[in-house]
Design a protein around this ligand. Structure first.
Ligand SMILES: Nc1ncnc2c1ncn2[C@@H]1O[C@H](COP(=O)(O)OP(=O)(O)O)[C@@H](O)[C@H]1O
Ligand SMILES: [Mg+2]
Length: 269
């Protein structure tokens, strides 16, 4: 089912008790496009990704991903997307190859295709030489690339990345960017990513939505968003949103989030 749009949200909302984490969010992402959700901690970025990947149920509203309804066709969604979570997901005790083998089984790839698919993914992420090394010995950037390799094994049409370069040094960040561009340009994957970094959006994405307290504050192309705020002021906007959030009732969540990020950074080395 070839649709112009790979991802379509209509009034998507998530409540945890009285608290509305994602508030009536609507947007569409065209096939082959790279789209960023940006905003301070607690803005609702990860919750949107979790609903779109069918890991958590929406409270109201609807969404289609890769042509499948997230509520009624979650199996279809899962088999046609890749997901790279915010936290570390590769197993350090296993080799890169063994991690990929687990993913191949998880994604129900026919066994006779395992070797060729794994080799292709390792090659795409420039990890062929370290296939038989334990992931524990990898740098943070290598682990992230392995996670991208895992997420593309079953040739999904859409890949979700939650803060793909958090905790990486600038050189590792550049390498991850290069490989995300390869996914986009050579494999024609639609990419939905979250990030805190405007530079990352400029490197990888053509359009973005800025979220604050679960709502879209602004959405459009990088040029549109810059124009609407004045290009110099863009970083100031994030700064203000981040401060407003940190001072509000979500300060506790912010702290917890920092702890989680630190733990994942520590594990990645
Ligand atoms: N399972 C949960 N139960 C209660 N509150 C949650 C849960 N998951 C997320 N939240 C809250 O929802 C808000 C949005 O969280 P999240 O989507 O993780 O934000 P972001 O990824 O933008 O930092 C935060 O205030 C967070 O504490
Ligand atoms: Mg998050």
């Amino acid at each position: 089912m070839a649709s112009e749009y790979s991802v379509e949200l209509e009034g998507l909302t998530k409540r945890f008790g009285d608290f509305t984490a994602v508030d009536d969010v609507s947007f569409r992402v065209k096939s082959g496009e790279s789209f960023a959700l940006i905003g301070p901690n607690g803005a609702g970025k990860s919750t949107i990704i979790k609903m779109l990947t069918s890991l958590t149920q929406s409270t109201s509203g609807s969404a289609r991903v890769a042509g499948f309804d997230i509520k009624t066709q979650s199996d279809g969604v899962r088999l046609n997307i890749g997901y790279i979570p915010q936290l570390l997901c590769a197993d350090g005790a296993l080799t890169a190859y063994e991690n990929l083998l687990l993913s191949a089984r998880l994604y129900r790839i026919p066994p006779k295709e395992h070797v060729s698919r794994i080799k292709e993914s390792l090659h795409a992420m420039d990890l062929s030489d370290v296939a038989d090394q334990r992931v524990r010995s990898f740098s943070g950037g290598m682990v992230r690339r392995l996670e991208i390799a895992q997420s593309m094994l079953h040739r999904p049409s859409v890949i979700f990345m939650d803060e793909p370069t958090v905790g990486l040094d600038p050189s590792a960040r550049n390498t991850v960017w290069k490989h995300v561009r390869r996914l986009r340009d050579e494999y024609k994957v639609t990419i939905i990513m979250t990030t805190h970094y405007m530079a990352e959006v400029e490197e990888l994405c053509s359009r973005l939505a800025i979220l604050h307290h679960g709502k879209i504050v602004t959405i459009g192309s990088i040029a549109d968003v810059k124009k609407s705020f004045g290009s110099e002021a863009l970083d100031d906007v994030f700064e203000r949103l981040a401060q407003a959030t940190a001072q509000g009732k979500t300060a506790k969540e912010n702290y917890r989030e920092i702890g989680r990020n630190r733990r994942s950074i520590a594990k990645r080395g």
